[in-house]
Structure formats: C-alpha cells, structure tokens
Design a protein around this ligand. Structure first.
Ligand code: HEM
Length: 218
C-alpha cells in the first residue's frame, strides 16, 4: 500500500512535540527572551563544537554510503564557522578551556556509534541538526546578533553563506528523505532516532541550565 503521507511529513508530524520540548527548554527560552547572558551563549557554542565535530566526522565516513551521501554537502559544514566563533568569543587558546557536558558526551557517543555503521541513523542526526539550523536557527542567529552586537564574528555558525534560499534547500532535503529506499520498519527506526536526537538537545539545555546555576552557587 502506498504511504498516505510522504515520509518527510510523517517525520515532521511525529517529532512536533519533541520539537516543542527542545524549543521551550528553559535555557533556550531565556536566550530567546533576552534573559540569557553572553556567557550563556558562549557555553552553547562550545557544546555545538563537540556535537558538530562528531557529526561532520561521521559525514566524512558516510560520504561513500549510497543512501547517506545524498544528504551530505559542504554547503552545510559548520565546524570551521564554530571554530572562528570560539576564537572570537573566547580567544586563541579556546581549545584549552572547553569541555563537553554529560549530555554532549552521550550525544557524541551516539553520533559516533550510528555514524560509523547505520546510514538511516546518521541521516536522523543530520536532519535534526541541519534542518533545525536552517529553520529556527536562522532566527536565533539574528536575535543573538542583535542582543550581543555580533555582526558576523560570533554568529558565523548561523550564517549559511552557500545557501542563498534555505526554504528551497529544505524542500529538496525533504524530497531526498522521501526518496530514501527505506521500508516501513527502517522509517520507524529513523523516526525513533530523530526523537532520540531531540531528547539529547533538550537534555543538553537542561545541563546548560544546571551548569549555570552551579557557577552561581560556587
Ligand atoms: C528556540 C528554539 C527554536 C525555535 C524558535 C525553532 C523554530 C523552528 C521553526 C519556526 C521551524 C519551522 C520551519 C519550517 O517550517 O520550515 C523549525 C523547524 C525545525 N526545527 Fe526548530 N526551533 C528551535 C529549536 C530547535 C532545536 C533545539 C532543534 C533540534 C536540534 C530544532 C530542530 C528543528 C528541525 C529538525 C526542524 C525541521 C522540521 C521539518 O520541517 O522537518 N529546532 N524550528
């Protein structure tokens, strides 16, 4: 029987409530409302660096996979932008100052595990981060720019210089999701992996909130 709705639409539908959970996590909500500090923003950029290092190393490995490689393009690569942002925000010795939070460690371990062995799992993590970056991410970047006075330095992560039309890019990405040769069981597994990725993102915001209150108490 043909699918009633395209896979990309089912994926979006099934992850809507997980998305709301990530979006409304206190740490993120504070940053959006303008209650977050520059240090809060930097703490988030640091964790992104660990996550994208894993994701983009996995992408290197997955370039030879016939299913995963369709989604991989240098136009999405974020690691160089994150490194320039950290150099600008923290200074040239930033690498000596950064450590992953507990959720980031678990998130990275998961990306490394599926990134080495399972195309669908890799695509789930790729989708959750990059389609988010090309959606709410663009809005968050503009807010951070306004709030902290960043022009390009500091928010390079949110600037996709090689993607002039994010909406058109996302439409093509969704067509590629719909064309992936996955049976129903594999589609379910991919959706579950997306839900797991959302959970890591929500728990990361919880870790960030906790780390912030620990600093206040100390
Ligand atoms: C305050 C934080 C956030 C805001 C304001 C926000 C906002 C949005 C908006 C408006 C869209 C819809 C764009 C469209 O229809 O094309 C979207 C899509 C998306 N967001 Fe977020 N988002 C936030 C956080 C996150 C987080 C933390 C993640 C996960 C890492 C995420 C992942 C996604 C994904 C994967 C999509 C694409 C859904 C799809 O069309 O298949 N978002 N976001």
């Amino acid at each position: 029987m043909p699918d009633l709705i395209p896979f990309s639409a089912a994926l979006r539908q099934r992850s809507t409530s997980a998305h709301s959970g990530s979006e409304s996590a206190g740490f993120m909500a504070d940053l959006i409302k303008g209650d977050g500090t520059r240090d809060d923003y930097i703490a988030l950029v640091v964790q992104h660096w660990f996550i994208y290092k894993a994701l983009e190393q996995a992408a290197e490995r997955m370039k030879s996979d016939p299913v995963a490689s369709v989604f991989i393009t240098d136009r999405l690569t974020r690691l160089p932008a994150l490194e320039s942002d950290l150099e600008f925000l923290i200074g040239p010795d930033w690498r000596d100052t950064v450590t992953p939070l507990p959720t980031t460690r678990r998130y990275v371990d998961r990306i490394n595990a599926v990134g080495a062995t399972w195309a669908g799992g890799f695509v789930a993590h790729h989708y959750t981060r990059y389609l988010g970056d090309l959606s709410g991410g663009l809005f968050i970047g503009r807010l951070m720019s306004r709030r902290f006075g960043f022009e390009t330095n500091g928010i390079g992560f949110y600037l996709f210089g090689d993607i002039a039309d994010p909406k058109a890019f996302k439409d093509v990405y969704r067509e590629q999701l719909d064309a992936a040769p996955w049976d129903d069981a594999e589609k379910e597994r991919v959706i579950d992996e997306v839900l797991l990725a959302y959970r890591f993102n929500t728990e990361l915001f919880e870790d960030l909130a906790r780390a912030k209150s620990d600093v206040r108490v100390a």
